[in-house]
Design a binder for this molecule. Structure first.
Ligand code: URA
Length: 218
């Protein structure tokens, strides 16, 4: 009738430890093994993910790329068209600018890890919806936990608000040091925005220098 009946796995004639015998109980109770996350497990979950509607329109998930032991983690918003087609983050024009921004503070793309808040391209490059962000964010948090970066640079309003759980505008978020657990987080304008707004490049440069300064202190 749809009711599960749970039966003990102990055979009826198997001797049970007596409740009054603590040694017998200690021998019989094994601690639950702590579940240890791995890149393989995480990648195997992300690749076929269908937890939100973005899976219906994506070509493929974009897991992230770079050094899995990176000291710097760079977090964007979500894949665009090029990223969706290639399965790699920041490969379009914004990606080229990101590479230059990293170079400006002495970093090669290969030595950082680059990921996004959502792993699937939102159709027509719209902002990811709150439900899509909340559904996908645990994957990002697991990536962060595996990498244990010394510093996180988060790109643009959408990614910064999602990562830091805030609705503050980017103008107020940039120029400061935030924290995610114990990891310092610096908010920098998104390279796609900087391609359109040259005036804010100066502020982005100041924020990258701030990130470098914080990194060197840790
Ligand atoms: N913009 C992002 O936020 N992420 C990408 O991967 C590409 C463009």
């Amino acid at each position: 009738m749809g009711i599960d009946v749970w039966l003990s796995r102990t055979a009826p004639d198997q001797e049970q430890p007596s409740v009054s015998d603590p040694d017998a109980i200690a021998e019989n109770i094994q601690p639950e093994p702590e579940s240890i996350d791995t890149w393989e497990a995480l990648q195997a979950e992300v690749a076929p993910c269908t937890k939100c509607d973005l899976c219906k329109t994506r070509t493929q998930t974009v897991f992230g790329s770079g050094n899995k032991k990176a000291e710097w983690m760079i977090i964007g918003e979500g894949p665009g068209q090029n990223e969706d087609l290639q399965g790699l983050p920041f490969v379009g024009k914004a990606g080229q600018l990101l590479t230059e921004m990293l170079r400006a503070i002495g970093l090669d793309r290969e030595e950082v890890f680059i990921a996004n808040i959502v792993k699937c391209r939102p159709p027509s490059n719209r902002d990811p919806k709150p439900i899509e962000i909340e559904t996908c964010k645990p994957y990002l948090l697991r990536q962060i936990a595996l990498i244990k970066p010394k510093i996180i640079v988060v790109l643009g309003r959408v990614a910064a608000q999602a990562l830091l759980n805030t609705e503050e505008p980017i103008g107020k978020l940039r120029g400061k040091i935030h924290a995610l657990n114990d990891t310092p987080v610096v908010v920098v304008y998104h390279p796609a925005y900087l391609l359109r707004s040259l005036l804010d490049k100066r502020k982005a440069w100041a924020d990258l220098k701030l990130a470098l300064q914080i990194y060197k202190k840790h």
